[in-house]
Design a protein around this ligand. Structure first.
Ligand code: ADP
Length: 474
């Protein structure tokens, strides 16, 4: 049992004013593994005040100082990678392949920002004016539970890179993971008040952060419905917003695709992070000309993917994060059948042999049309819909016919042809043939997948605003 009873304010772990407790569970066993004491609005106000005091210190740091802080952070995270992986395994239930990537990625996020700061032009000219990119003030960050380390690291890295201070409200379900990461960050010795972390719920801690007049900007990763509440709340104080939201990403299998590689790639993309990934390729677009062959391959490959406890290295799909979410995903599996789609594999209930834990059967629907709710709404679990298309133009049309526009995938034996398709897709990122993660590429979505971009110079742009000084001509 781990009882998290402190929040992190002004460089110290302190007891929050809030007294409410929230239980923490192991999703693979459903056992209670700890509690977290939740902060309240007063805790946010105290944290924001600390961040406000730290802001001028941060804003006046040099590039070299910011880079040094970022490298200290990546070193601190690497040193504790084993502990972070263990906490993520227990509290989140992600399979080993994902927890390993996540710890590695968390450290490299700081290094990537350090490299970005190195080349970013804070001082520019426009016409005859002198322009400087200035940080906005205190940043408020709100993060979800599906990649707790990565999101906290991303928000913090951008704050440091831009010369801002930050108050983070992480997902309360991830409090053990948050505590370990913040302990690492504390060890890196940042200026007091630069980072403040307040555990709490969205409607209490999140709401105060999004309305507090001393918060200049909100950076949020989470669902589109929560983002709409946040955007409205942030309106009166005119906060700047970066919103990284949901997706219903298409994976287009072109008719020349090599199925030996395309099918495993499509499945790993769709079932990424046990389906709890905003970037998951959940609509698989299949050419009618190869329909039967592809359906059969999708079914047999999907049934080979092992679902189970995260400590088993063979496991590719772990449990869903919590009971409420499990119920929600189950309801979508029922909905797909009610809407007239056909179960190619999977279905309701737990996979055989797993009676405990929030495990879901990896599910693929065929006979899906793009106007069904299972094709339009984000399910956030291992549930994929297969939609058939006639030709490339039809595939592009279906892919773009979505309220979302976060990510898209193209699979083909011909990279030039795949690139021509990619150029027609409305998505923040288009990945060809399972290309590896690019930590420098901008990340974010079109349409209801969000506002703004994170990562690299595009990410820094969102945390900065230009001030131009116009001098009289001599
Ligand atoms: P999830 O279903 O993944 O929890 P949400 O978008 O609801 O997705 O949550 C993402 C983050 O947003 C969490 O930290 C959550 O507490 C927070 N959140 C939810 N609702 C609000 C809100 N009304 N105001 C501010 N933050 C919120």
């Amino acid at each position: 049992m781990r009882d998290i009873d402190k929040i992190y304010v002004d460089g110290a772990f302190v007891t929050p004013h809030g007294t409410e407790q929230f239980d923490l569970f192991n999703p693979a066993t459903e056992e209670k593994i700890g509690t977290v004491r939740l902060g309240n609005a007063e805790d946010v106000r105290v944290a924001v005040a600390a961040a406000k005091r730290a802001f001028p210190v941060m804003a006046s740091t040099s590039k070299a100082e910011r880079i040094a802080m970022l490298h200290r952070l990546s070193d601190a995270v690497r040193l504790k990678a084993g502990d972070l992986i263990a906490a993520m395994t227990e509290e989140y239930g992600a399979p080993a392949y994902f927890t390993g990537f996540s710890a590695q990625n968390t450290a490299s996020i700081f290094d990537v920002m350090a490299a970005t700061v190195e080349t970013y032009e804070f001082d520019r000219t426009a016409g005859s004016s002198v322009v400087r990119m200035l940080p906005l003030g205190v940043v408020g960050a709100i993060t979800p539970w599906n990649s707790n380390f990565g999101f906290i690291a991303t928000k913090l890295a951008h704050a440091i890179g831009s010369g801002s201070s930050i108050v983070i409200k992480p997902a309360e379900q991830s409090a053990i993971q948050t505590q370990l990461l913040v302990e690492c960050i504390h060890d890196a010795g940042l200026p007091s008040g630069l980072l403040n972390v307040v555990n709490g719920t969205g409607p209490v801690v999140g709401a105060e952060l999004t309305t507090n007049p001393d918060v200049a900007m909100i950076t949020f990763t989470g669902s589109t419905p929560a983002a709409k509440i946040i955007q409205r709340a942030a309106l009166d104080t005119m906060k700047r917003l970066v919103l990284e939201l949901g997706g219903k990403s298409p994976t287009i299998i072109l008719d020349d695709a090599d199925l030996d590689t395309a099918i495993p790639t499509a499945l790993m993309t769709g079932f990424a992070n046990s389906g709890q990934a905003c970037v998951a390729g959940t609509r698989i677009l299949v050419p009618n000309s190869r329909r039967d062959e592809i359906f059969q391959r999708l079914k047999s490959e999907a049934e080979r993917l092992k679902v189970g406890v995260p400590t088993d290295p063979q496991v590719r799909i772990g449990p869903l994060a919590n009971a409420k979410h499990w119920e929600r995903v189950q309801s979508y599996i029922q909905l797909g059948q009610q809407e007239g789609a056909t179960l190619l594999t999977g279905g309701e209930g737990r996979p055989g042999g797993l009676d405990k834990g929030w495990f879901t059967r990896p599910t693929i629907f065929t006979g899906v049309s793009n106007d069904m709710r299972i094709a339009r709404e984000e399910i956030f679990g291992p549930v994929l819909g297969v939609i058939t298309y006639d030709d490339d133009d039809d595939a592009v049309k279906i892919a773009n016919d979505s309220e979302f526009g976060l990510q898209a995938y193209v699979l083909s034996s011909d990279v030039a042809r795949a690139t021509r398709i990619a150029e027609q897709l409305i998505a923040g990122r288009v990945v060809i043939n399972g290309a590896p993660h690019d930590p420098y590429a901008p990340f974010g979505g079109f349409k209801q997948s969000g506002i703004g971009r994170e990562i690299g110079a595009y990410g820094l742009d969102a945390y900065l605003e230009p001030r131009a000084i116009l001098k009289p001509t001599a």
